[in-house]
Design a protein around this ligand. Sequence first.
Ligand SMILES: C[S@@+](CC[C@H](N)C(=O)[O-])C[C@H]1O[C@@H](n2cnc3c(N)ncnc32)[C@H](O)[C@@H]1O
Length: 328
Amino acid sequence: MNECTQIMGYDLYQGNSFQVLEEEFDKNSIHAVVTDPPYSVIEFETAHVEKMRDGKGGVWRIPPELDGNKRKPLPRFTVLTEDDKDKLRNFFKQFGEAVERVLRPGGHVFVACTQLLMHEVSQQLDEAGLERRDVLIRETKTLRGGDRPKGAHDHPEYKMVSSMPRVYWEPWLLYRKPFDRRLDENLGEWQTGGLRRESDERPFTDLLGNGKTPKEETEIVKNAHPGGEEEVEAHPNLKPQKLMRELCHAALPLREGTILDPFMGSGSTIAAAYALGYDAVGIELDETFYEMAQNAIPNLAEVPTEIEKRDDVEEHRTQSRSLSDFSN
Ligand SMILES: C[S@@+](CC[C@H](N)C(=O)[O-])C[C@H]1O[C@@H](n2cnc3c(N)ncnc32)[C@H](O)[C@@H]1O
């Protein structure tokens, strides 16, 4: 029996996604997956998470303070060994197969990724029988890449060199479970297969102009930490509500169905679904992050963004859930 808590009417499971999906979810039961998985897999292994929490690094790089401000740890994907990459392939093979089973035909999968590993992830999703549809670009200026060579201060001739580009966008792979009929027929039977338009005039586009997670949202997650008064950190990969609501909005073409996040972290996808009035279900392995999600989701769901102010969302929300329904 997998541990499950209900928050605001949503099932949140604590456990390994692959096991939970196998034991708790029927074939063809989920309408869309919106998720930000552990990119390199090993960064969320217990030993590396403990190192990150102790400020010691491991696969996490703790960047130096900038203007007296502490910066978030970043996982280093350039240090992965061939063994690490095999683990990654195996992990995304399991992910692809699990998702292919639970999704309805035509259900979309949005997967946050990273430039260095997206080909590996993509290959596993292709092999699991999912259909590649696009790579969405989330514009976001990060502090990844752009570094000068080590010791460059002793070599003025290296001053104008950096090893890699500074990363200013984040890829989101977009996949779909195949179906063998016309889109209108699939929408009729499964309510899936298409993407919801932004408006009558404008379709959903693959350029997500978004930016960083606002401080207000990071503070919500920090305050949700079960460590209370101690020096605690927010989830290192918290995604912004504006982005997650934009993706969840696109994910359900008829505004019907359930969105799954099998790597929920601190719950940004679930909060976004709630803000839009959608059903959602989340799974998280780590006990601390799981508790943070339970505490953070109601507050993240209340953060105002422009997405849920769209006319069709307002109307839909009043017909389904109300934000004053918080029950925890
Ligand atoms: C990149 S983070 C997601 C962060 C999330 N987007 C947010 O806004 O907080 C990935 C999460 O997957 C969790 N995770 C790793 N392996 C898992 C597994 N096998 N099953 C469930 N969760 C897992 C990690 O503990 C981590 O919190």
